[in-house]
Design a protein around this ligand. Structure first.
Ligand code: KG4
Ligand code: ZN
Length: 318
């Protein structure tokens, strides 16, 4: 089954063609994030305008790289929610128009369902076994799922305030680093000492699987305020802050693994799953197989994961 995926929920315009939910034939991503390095975050109106411009060229490139044409397409899957309204409208209108013109079935996909499906993309070597504990960490959400099949699962924890990626983005802003903050902080952190600055462990006394990142951001703000000039401390601040985010995620995952002892694997997906420090921390401290999307471009927003989710939703609904 060949699925065309379309994803436009934030600052990306992406189209992909994926075979049987796993084999990525093309995955084209045009990002307008360079436009937002100065503003410290996405300006929704600007993002949507760029998507209007990029949508058709991106679609053409997806067909060309996959060497497919319309008769080959069995299904159109598009990111339906959540996301920026103007951006979602571009993808939704494109998908509906193409479905009507080419007489193809269509399915709207929840963005998180896309991220949760991303570990299957081009993953030929690693066996994936349910039940799975899946942590989806991005700029918009931090969700912990207990998944028993491709389409069945329970949301067992979520953020009470900022998302993990948002914590990186806001922390980077406080440190004067460019948007998106995750890669910027990760880069600075490689030269820093993660034990130099102390951060609180959020929700440590609550019996919960939820997350909370706003306290870490506030702690960073006060550490910066109390320093006599913070610029030369940036690598240490970045390393300590990144580590604090990782320790909080690790603590909540460890709690979840105790509560759900039948779990066979941990899946880490979403933009923040690209973070190498987080990956090493989890690998060092947890005694369970961990699966990530096989490419960094499958961690951050992309249409291949939407196509995979469309395939699973229509072929493996149980
Ligand atoms: O999944 P995604 O591309 O978009 C949303 O659904 O929001 O995630 C984007 C988020 C941003 O907050 C970005 O700072 C973060 O993922 N991110 C990272 C890294 N790469 C992207 N965070 C930490 N380390 C990274 N290497
Ligand atoms: Zn996302």
């Amino acid at each position: 089954m060949i699925v065309l995926g379309i994803e436009t929920s934030c600052d990306e315009t992406s189209a992909a063609i994926v075979k049987n939910g796993t084999k990525v034939l093309s995955n084209i991503i045009a990002s307008s994030k360079d436009m937002f390095t100065k503003s410290g975050g996405v300006i929704p109106e600007e993002a949507a305008r760029q998507q209007v411009k990029c949508m058709i060229p991106v679609l053409n490139e997806a067909f060309s790289q996959a060497d497919k044409s319309w008769p080959d397409i069995d299904l159109i899957a598009f990111a339906a929610e959540p996301g920026l309204t103007g951006s979602l409208l571009v993808g939704t209108t494109t998908a509906r128009t193409l479905a009507s013109v080419h007489k193809k079935p269509i399915v709207g996909i929840h963005h998180t369902m896309g991220h949760l499906s991303s570990v299957w993309l081009d993953n030929d070597n690693q066996k994936i076994e349910f039940p799975v504990l899946a942590l989806s960490v991005s700029g918009g959400h931090s969700d912990l799922w207990y998944r028993t099949s491709h389409c069945k699962g329970e949301l067992i924890g979520k953020t009470r305030d900022d998302a993990a990626g948002e914590a990186f983005d806001k922390g980077a802003c406080l440190l004067g680093l460019a948007y998106p903050g995750g890669p910027a902080i990760a880069k600075k952190a490689t030269e820093g000492d993660e034990s130099k600055y102390d951060f609180p462990l959020p929700l440590k006394d609550d019996d919960t699987l939820d997350f909370s990142f706003s306290g870490l951001k506030t702690a960073l703000k006060y550490i910066i305020r109390d320093l006599n000039g913070y610029k030369k401390e940036i690598p240490h601040l970045a390393a300590s802050y990144q580590n604090a985010i990782g320790l909080h995620l690790l603590k909540q995952i460890s709690r979840a693994l105790k509560k759900y002892p039948k779990t066979r694997q941990l899946h880490l997906v979403g933009g923040v799953s690209a973070n190498q420090h987080l990956r090493s921390l989890l690998e060092k401290k947890l005694d369970i197989p961990i699966r990530y999307p096989v490419k960094i471009s499958y961690c951050t927003d992309n249409a291949a994961m939407i196509a995979a989710a469309g395939y699973f939703l229509t072929t493996k609904p149980n």
